[in-house]
Design a protein around this ligand. Structure first.
Ligand SMILES: Cc1ncc(COP(=O)(O)O)c(C=O)c1O
Length: 368
């Protein structure tokens, strides 16, 4: 039995009738861009994220770029961003003509917040992009307090964290804005690209609406250089439907994660993701670290037909795109270690119990 890392085909099969009805409705009314599904999705996102505004855009990459532009970041400004994240957490900084300042990883697979706060307090950065990785939130409050008292905008990259909660805090409430992704791999993925910005600042939301469509304002006047970053109405309809399943799917992901953890916690070579009291971890990814040979384990699972991935095999400070932004003496020991030890197991609501059992069996069988 093969167990791929992702099974969008299975998700489609399970919800085919609903998805096809959404597509048919959009094709029938014909407003394939900026249709009523966009307004409905934005209203739903305000509810889910408890923010005053949500603006749907073409991708989370664009959402972060728009957040940077509207935050007042100027060409040449420095922006703190973790080195252990997806490239799109940092590439919008370069696109905004600013300079990323990479921060090492900290504990529990999250960025090192103490180091980020030090950069803010020392006046070494003019903005911060804080990334919530793998479906889990870190406590944003100390960083938000430091940013507020230094007048430094804080942008949350919550691409992987829709539905996550920590002590009733959710992205967007303690920051300037938070970006969300509906990339197909995400917990509420589109069948294509899609992203959004959530913010409590009405003016920022208005400006991002302008930026997403050629810089045009409500009276159809082109105010500034804008972009074409519209979400398709079909995608908005599908995401909206998926958001209704957010809690149910998070519960299923948590159950799968706990099965893996119960097996892996027996092994001294493995560190498993920790669920903290007072939090909802939505397990966008199940990422463990393996101190014995990670690649051998990966091969063992692959030989048994089990797909795995590495998030992330190359910290951003090692990527050529960012080479001019890394000081020669800069060191990122935690991120380097993490990149060699991290391994992600399949986790999606459509995974069958028998498949989870098989993965657990193969994990136990490995010659640790
Ligand atoms: C942490 C993080 N930031 C940003 C992005 C970019 O999202 P999108 O693909 O919607 O542009 C992703 C997507 O994988 C991500 O995981």
């Amino acid at each position: 039995m093969k167990i791929p890392f992702m099974r969008l085909d299975r998700q489609f099969e399970q919800h085919k009738d609903t998805i096809m009805t959404i597509c048919e409705r959009v094709f029938s009314h014909g407003k394939v861009l900026q249709g009523p599904e966009i307004d409905a999705l934005e209203a739903k996102l305000c509810e889910v994220m408890r923010t005053k505004n949500a603006v749907a855009v073409g991708s989370a990459t664009d959402a972060l770029f728009f957040a940077l532009l509207t935050s007042g970041v100027q060409p040449g400004d420095k922006v703190a961003v973790p080195t252990m994240t997806f490239v799109a957490s940092a590439s919008p900084v370069i696109r905004a003509n600013a300079k990323p300042v990479f921060v090492d990883s900290g504990k529990n697979f999250q960025p090192d917040i103490t180091k980020t706060i030090d950069l803010v307090n020392a006046g070494e950065v003019q903005a911060v992009i804080a990334v919530h990785l793998f479906g889990q939130l870190f406590d944003i409050k100390p960083l938000a307090d430091a940013c507020r008292s230094n007048n430094v905008p804080l942008i949350e990259d919550a691409a992987q964290a829709i539905g996550a909660n920590l002590n009733d805090q959710i992205p967007g409430s303690h920051s300037f804005a938070a970006s969300l992704s509906f990339d197909p791999m995400k917990v509420a993925g589109a069948f294509g690209s899609g992203g959004a910005i959530v913010t409590n600042d009405d003016e920022i939301a208005k400006r991002i609406r302008q930026l997403r469509y050629h810089g045009r304002d409500d009276s159809r006047i082109y105010r500034e250089l804008g972009y074409n970053s519209q979400m398709a109405s079909i995608q908005a309809g599908i995401i909206n439907f998926k958001l209704d399943h957010l809690n149910e799917w998070a519960t299923r992901r948590q159950n799968i994660a706990r099965r893996y953890t119960s097996v892996l916690d027996e092994l001294s070579q493995v560190t498993t993701p920790i669920e903290q009291p007072g939090e909802t971890h939505v397990f966008h990814k199940y990422v463990m670290t393996v101190r014995s040979d990670r690649n051998k384990l990966r091969q063992h699972l692959s030989d048994a037909g089990i797909g795995t991935m590495v998030h992330y095999g190359s910290p951003l400070h090692n990527e050529p795109m960012f080479s001019t932004h890394v000081k020669p003496d800069a060191e990122f020991p935690e991120a380097e270690r993490f990149s060699k030890e991290a391994l992600s197991l399949p986790i999606y609501p459509e995974l069958h119990d028998s498949e989870v059992d098989q993965i657990c069996r193969e994990l136990k069988k490995f010659n640790w």
